[in-house]
Design a protein around this ligand. Structure first.
Ligand code: BG6
Ligand code: BG6
Ligand code: GLC
Ligand code: GLC
Length: 896
């Protein structure tokens, strides 16, 4: 310490002549004696290497605690995942806006990253503007702080003549602890330094900025980065080994690249992610209590966040000057300085700043500066006083750099151990006014770090251009990824006008299908069901239910009168694929397949199309010769569903299936059905077979390349185009096609197209439904994907969820548009201004998917505002409805 004091006390000069040598020696002794007495007074602030190693070990333990999910809540080092997974790789490109809030200066910038012709490296051009940030805003209402930010941003755009028309991506350096689940989201955990704006804690800072950005500015906030991360990335632009970011400025903090497998709060095992340690809070649990002095306690007590940011208050620029003032005040009061004369200025908080400390420790002019500063405080310093005060500054600022060295040593050791290296070569990117402007801080820090971790070869790089250059790098990566993803997903987005037009096309399809000799792809098949049940039906019926996810055989007992009820006994049978797609001969023990003209969904048994299913079933039963049945009705599942629900609700005149397949039936006026030939009845249920819409190309404008791929690979190429956009059997396939494309473009699964991803049918409806569940944590999404053989990172899981969302939302909207066409048609048929009607619904997509039903219903409300539609879930399957149809037919026969 004494040696250090001498070296840094600026008085050691060499002179050949003995007179001046004696003078130097005298001065040295004089200086030493003053320094020694200060050293003794500030004994507790002078930390030797053993103590620093001890602090470093505590620090390492706390980092571990912060990384673990179980202990994170109790840890002082929050170890926040930043969702920055790599340092700049030279592929970054574009023009970005940046806002830098939280350091000593509030800045707005424009950063242009370009690849110059003929050069490998990219060039970066920056223009920046510092704006004042009145103190009242820091501790006022949060909304006002962000409004100010937004106004400054607008001013910047105007001043720099940056177009207001174009959309500008923005990177937001926000130098406070935020809990991030993605790059463009971050909940403010707590304020630090001198900020205490109300109403923002726990809020998403990206959203807050977005909301504040006033109209007339098209700015897209793409990334939120802590200043440490920005700094690491800024320095990483020039030095690929830069994997630590350090700030010693108004506040202090560090980030570093941690192995993903160690970050419990984020899913994923492979690769690394930058972790923001928020080390300023180290010691908040008392871990540094044995190193705290009365001055530290006074600083804390007088701060706006007592009990918080313990290390920061011992280290950073906001407090160093004040620490020096408190020490000098105390020494004066004890009569050790200025003959014990205390001035008002010396008693005033903030009168000695960190800039003063830096000036007092200048190499040449330090003592002179000290004298000037003390005179400014109305003190009358003697040469001893100046030396003593200068030495107080040295002890205080040295302790700061020593503590930073201890923290950094812990991080570097951790990185070295993570990578199982004997020696680690690494670069630390540093920023902050203390590090930059204090004349000796950097040198001391480097020296102590190298002493504490001799097995790490550390290079320190000063971030010359601030953290925004780095923030722009992060934004560039985010922009590239989102742009490509959006490009893929935007084709699934349908505007209100497009949906209206789908409704109109469905309506045209319905009308065309009703015509005799029509070639409409919407078949509009008569069901010969003329009325819904009225409760007078009775009997025992056997029903076979084929065509959905399960094949069911049921016995249905229907009672009428007072004990009116329907009881079901059923058994499920799986249908092996080879039978589903084999010959009808092998298969045919069935009577309940939806369409008897063409196979749909996954069915393609040969020799069936165009044959009478009832005959085929009758013959199949006869061949087996085991029992005797009378086949009374063949019923489509939509019709079965409608009938089953109508038994509960007489207003139910529509049946909807949103499951493996997609279809609707409804009660149509007989007068409109040209192909029926049954004059007297009023209505008949029509099985629309709406899944066929689009076979004539009428949906081509909304069909994407992914839908076409699914269609090409399906067993009924060119058929059922609407069904292929809307039903469970195909949605998973559409999702798979998008994922394949994103993977091939390197945006997913690390660009690896695995066998699992190439396997048709892996995304069954139930998985889509699970993945999209709002209650599911990303970890669970990841485990579903893993179960499907898809090894994903947390970012992959987010993308997969987004893709599923886009595909299923479109499906629900299209079904909604179709349904709007049906209800409006019924309303017009009946000449009503307002139609009240119930839709009986079945199908795994509708039942299991977390958002499908809501989106469908919302679309119907929007597109058919004159219809009030209620949705009734068919709880027991359409077999029950089939039996009811049979019972209705029986009764009607008896009556005739
Ligand atoms: C600046 C960075 O250079 O340094 C900021 O651009 C950062 O993002 C700041 O917060 C830290 O230093 P200080 O001293 O301004 O707090
Ligand atoms: C069942 C009905 O509940 O739902 C079937 O009983 C129908 O007749 C099926 O086909 C539709 O849903 P999914 O999702 O099984 O195709
Ligand atoms: C404070 C903030 C932290 C920031 C540091 C340096 O410690 O909490 O997020 O990095 O100051 O500005
Ligand atoms: C298919 C069938 C149709 C059935 C629907 C729902 O679209 O063609 O008849 O109603 O799937 O299962």
């Amino acid at each position: 310490m004494i040696r250090r004091g001498v070296e840094e006390g600026n008085i050691l000069t060499h002179s050949a002549d003995s007179a001046s040598f004696c003078l130097s020696l005298l001065l040295l002794l004089f200086f030493l004696s003053v320094s020694l007495f200060v050293d003794r007074f500030l004994y507790a602030m002078r930390l030797h290497d053993d103590q620093l190693r001890d602090i470093s070990a505590r620090f390492q333990a706390e980092m571990k605690k912060g990384l673990s999910a179980e202990s994170n809540a109790a840890a002082t080092l929050k170890m926040l995942p930043t969702h920055v997974c790599s340092t700049p790789d030279g592929s970054e490109n574009g023009e970005f806006l940046a806002v830098d809030l939280g350091g000593s200066k509030f800045k707005v910038l424009q950063v242009k990253v370009r690849k110059e012709a003929g050069r490998v490296r990219r060039s970066v051009e920056m223009q920046e503007q510092t704006y004042p940030l009145p103190k009242e805003l820091l501790i006022g209402r949060g909304v006002e702080l962000f409004d100010h930010v937004s106004e400054c941003l607008k001013d910047f755009l105007l001043q720099k003549k940056i177009s207001l028309e174009k959309k500008h991506p923005l990177g937001f350096t926000f130098s406070f602890p935020c809990q991030q689940t993605a790059l463009n989201q971050g909940l403010l955990l707590n304020w630090s330094k001198n900020y205490w704006a109300r109403g923002l804690q726990g809020k998403d800072m990206v959203n807050t900025l977005r909301q504040a950005i006033s109209r007339g500015m098209d700015v897209d906030v793409l990334a939120l980065v802590n200043d440490t991360v920005g700094t690491m990335m800024t320095c990483g632009f020039d030095d690929q080994h830069c994997e630590v970011g350090l700030i010693i400025g108004t506040g202090t903090n560090a980030c570093y690249m941690e192995e993903l497998r160690h970050i419990d709060l984020v899913e994923g095992d492979e690769g690394r992610m930058c972790v923001n340690t928020e080390w300023g809070a180290f010691g908040d649990d008392g871990a540094l209590d044995d190193y705290l002095t009365e001055f530290d306690r006074d600083i804390d007590a007088a701060s706006i966040n007592p009990g918080k940011q313990c290390l920061e208050k011992m280290v950073s620029g906001l407090y160093l000057g004040e620490l020096v003032r408190l020490v000098v005040l105390k020494m004066t009061k004890l009569g050790l300085l200025f003959d014990g004369r205390v001035t008002d200025a010396l008693r005033t908080k903030g009168k000695i700043t960190t800039a003063h400390v830096a000036a007092m420790e200048q190499y040449k002019d330090g003592l002179k500066n000290t004298r000037d500063i003390l005179l400014d405080l109305s003190l009358n310093p003697s040469p001893d006083d100046c030396i003593a005060v200068q030495h107080v500054c040295t002890v205080v600022s040295f302790r700061s750099s020593n503590l930073v060295a201890a923290g950094l040593a812990a991080i570097l050791t951790r990185i070295r151990q993570n990578r199982k290296l004997k020696t680690l070569r690494i670069t630390v990117g540093v920023d902050g006014t203390v590090y930059k402007t204090h004349p000796q801080y950097a040198k001391r820090l480097h020296k102590v770090v190298r002493r504490l971790v001799p097995d790490c070869h550390v290079r320190f790089v000063l971030s010359e251009s601030g953290s925004s250059k780095g923030a722009a790098m992060v934004t560039a990566v985010a922009q590239r990824v989102t742009a490509r993803r959006h490009q893929s997903l935007s084709s699934f987005r349908l505007s209100r006008d497009q949906l209206r037009s789908v409704k109109a096309r469905m309506r045209a399809g319905l009308e065309a299908g009703l015509k005799s000799n029509s070639h409409s792809p919407v078949k509009m098949l008569p069901s010969y069901v003329f009325r819904t049940p009225d409760g007078t039906e009775c009997g025992k019926y056997l029903a076979l239910d084929l065509g959905g996810t399960n094949f069911r055989v049921l016995l249905v007992k229907i009672r009428s009168g007072l004990r009116r009820s329907v009881r079901l006994y059923n058994k499920l049978y799986p249908i092996p694929l080879e039978i589903m797609q084999g010959t009808g001969e092998e298969k045919f023990l069935s009577f309940f397949f939806p369409s008897w003209k063409i196979w749909t969904k996954g069915f393609k048994a040969t020799d069936c199309e165009g044959n009478d299913v009832v005959d085929m079933l009758r013959e199949a039963i006869k061949r087996r010769n085991e029992f005797d049945v009378d086949i009374v009705a063949i019923v489509n599942d939509t019709v079965g569903t409608m009938m089953s629900c109508a038994y509960e609700d007489p207003q139910c005149e529509i049946g909807l299936i949103a499951g493996t397949g997609s279809n609707v039936c409804y009660m149509e006026e007989l007068r409109n059905i040209e192909k029926n030939g049954l004059g007297e009845m009023q209505r008949m249920c029509i099985n629309t077979e709406w899944g066929g819409l689009g076979e004539d190309g009428c949906l081509d404008d909304i069909i994407t390349e992914y839908d076409n791929a699914v269609d090409r690979e399906s067993i009924n190429h060119g058929r059922q185009r609407f069904e292929k956009l809307t039903s469970g059997l195909y949605l998973g396939e559409v999702v798979r096609q998008v994922l394949l494309d994103l993977t091939r473009r390197g945006l997913l699964f690390k660009g690896r197209v695995t066998e699992a991803l190439k396997t048709p049918g892996i995304f069954e409806t139930k998985y889509l439904s699970q993945i999209e569940s709002d209650r599911l944590a990303l970890l669970q999404v990841r485990s579903i994907l893993q179960h499907l053989g898809l090894d994903s990172t947390c970012d992959d899981s987010i993308i997969v969820k987004e893709v599923c969302g886009a595909v299923s939302r479109r499906a629900a909207q299209l079904c909604g548009a179709g349904m709007a066409a049906v209800v409006d048609k019924i309303r017009e048929n009946r000449g009503l201004d307002q139609l009240n009607i119930t839709v009986g619904v079945d199908g795994t997509l509708y039942k299991l998917h977390p958002h499908f039903s809501t989106v469908l219903q919302e679309t119907v409300v929007a597109l058919a505002p004159q219809c009030y539609v209620t949705y009734l879930l068919s709880e027991e399957g359409s077999g029950r409805g089939a039996a009811l149809i049979t019972a209705v037919a029986r009764r009607d026969q008896v009556e005739m």
